[in-house]
Design a protein around this ligand. Structure first.
Ligand SMILES: C[S@@+](CC[C@H](N)C(=O)[O-])C[C@H]1O[C@@H](n2cnc3c(N)ncnc32)[C@H](O)[C@@H]1O
Length: 319
C-alpha cells in the first residue's frame, strides 16, 4: 500500500453539507493529506480561498502541495498548529471562513509510519505526537505518569477494562528499564491483557488509543474548538472581545451563515460535538444540517474500512 494515501471519509456527504460556492473561503482544520481539501477547494473556484491547518508539519506540507496541483492557482493560507488556536490566528490575520471542516484523529500515513510510533504493529520509537516538535511524547508519559494517572488515561480514553493492571505492569516494567519503543509497550500490555477467545483484536489496541488521545490532548482540543464555534455562533469576538460586526481584526473567524462539518470516530469525540450542536440549534443560533449524524454507506465502508466508525455532524450558523 502506498504510504502517501489517505482516503477521505464521507466525501460526498461533507461536500453536500458544506455546499461551497465560487468565491467562498473554506477552512480545513485537519488538512491531513489534502483529500477533502482538494475536493472542497475546487468548489470555491474561481475566486475562492483555502485555509489549511494541521498540527503535523509534514502532512500540512503534503496537503498544500497536493491541493496546489489539483486546484491550480488557488489562494492558500497555511497555519501549523493545534486547530484549537486556528480561530484566533484567523482573526488576527483578518480571515473569515464560509465553511469549516475538522476530520478528527490521525491520517493513515501517520499510523503506518513506524518512526511516528503510533502503532503496536510497527516497531518504532514510542512517540504518537501529531506535532513531534512540541509537547510530551508517549514515552515521556508512560515513563513519568503515576499509576493513578495512567489508570485514568487507560480507562477514560481507552475503555480498557484492565486499566489498573496495565498501569501497574507499566510501573513495574519501567523500574527495570524505561519503555521507549512501541514493541516494548505492547509486550508489557500483552503480559497482563489476554487476547479474548475468538477475537482478532490485539490486546494492546485500547491502551494505544488511550495514550494517543492523552498525548495529543485530543478531547481537550475538540472542546476548545467547540468553544470557538459557540463564540462565533453567539457573535462574540473577535480579538477585542466586543460584539461582532466589526471589521479587520475584530472580524469573527466564521462568516454569517457559515457551515461547519465535524467528522468524529468514537463516542468520546462525538458526544461533545453532539451536545454543543444540539445546544446552539436549540437556542436558534444554528440549523442542524445532519440530524442524528450521517454515517457511511456499506459500499464506502467496503472500500475504506476507516469510514465504519465515522459520524458526520454539521450545522449552519443562523447569524
Ligand atoms: C483524519 S486526518 C485528516 C485527513 C484529511 N481530511 C484528508 O482528507 O486527507 C487528521 C489530521 O488531523 C491532524 N490533527 C489531529 N488533531 C489535530 C489538532 N488538534 N490540531 C491540528 N491538527 C490535528 C492530524 O495530524 C492529521 O493530519
Amino acid at each position: 500500500m502506498s504510504t502517501f494515501v489517505h482516503t477521505p471519509v464521507l466525501p460526498r456527504e461533507v461536500s453536500e453539507v458544506l455546499a461551497l460556492q465560487p468565491g467562498e473561503t473554506y477552512a480545513d482544520c485537519t488538512a491531513g493529506r489534502g483529500g477533502h481539501a482538494a475536493l472542497l477547494a475546487a468548489q470555491t473556484q474561481p475566486g475562492g480561498h483555502l485555509i489549511l491547518n494541521d498540527a503535523d508539519a509534514s502532512n500540512l506540507e503534503f496537503a498544500s502541495t497536493h491541493v496546489a496541483q489539483q486546484v491550480p492557482g488557488i489562494a492558500i493560507s497555511r497555519f501549523q498548529g493545534n486547530f484549537a488556536l486556528l480561530p484566533r490566528d484567523m482573526e488576527s490575520a483578518g480571515l473569515q471562513a464560509d465553511a469549516v471542516l475538522a476530520d478528527f484523529g490521525f491520517s493513515s500515513t501517520q499510523i503506518e509510519d513506524p518512526a511516528r510510533g503510533f502503532s503496536f504493529m510497527r516497531a518504532g520509537p514510542l512517540d504518537m505526537r501529531f506535532d513531534p516538535s512540541r509537547g510530551l511524547s508517549a514515552a515521556d508519559l508512560v515513563n513519568t505518569a503515576s499509576e493513578r494517572e495512567l489508570t485514568r488515561i487507560l480507562r477514560d480514553f481507552g475503555e480498557e477494562p484492565g486499566a489498573f493492571r496495565v498501569a501497574q505492569a507499566i510501573i513495574q516494567a519501567r523500574k527495570a528499564a524505561p519503555i521507549l519503543t512501541t514493541e516494548a509497550l505492547a509486550e508489557v500490555i500483552r503480559s497482563v491483557v489476554g487476547r479474548r477467545p475468538g477475537s482478532g483484536v490485539d490486546p494492546a489496541t485500547k491502551s494505544f488509543q488511550a495514550l494517543r488521545i492523552a498525548v495529543n490532548d485530543e478531547i481537550g482540543s475538540i472542546d476548545a474548538l467547540l468553544s470557538q464555534i459557540a463564540r462565533a455562533a453567539r457573535g462574540i469576538g473577535g480579538l477585542s472581545g466586543k460584539a461582532s460586526g466589526g471589521v479587520g481584526s475584530e472580524r469573527l473567524w466564521l462568516a454569517k451563515g457559515a457551515r461547519i462539518a465535524l467528522l468524529t470516530f468514537h463516542s468520546l469525540e462525538d458526544r461533545p460535538v453532539k451536545t454543543l450542536f444540539a445546544d446552539i440549534c436549540k437556542q436558534g443560533l444554528a440549523t442542524d444540517l445532519a440530524r442524528g449524524g450521517i454515517t457511511a454507506s456499506e459500499e464506502e465502508i467496503r472500500a475504506n474500512p476507516r469510514a465504519r466508525s465515522a459520524r458526520l455532524r454539521a450545522i449552519r450558523l443562523n447569524v
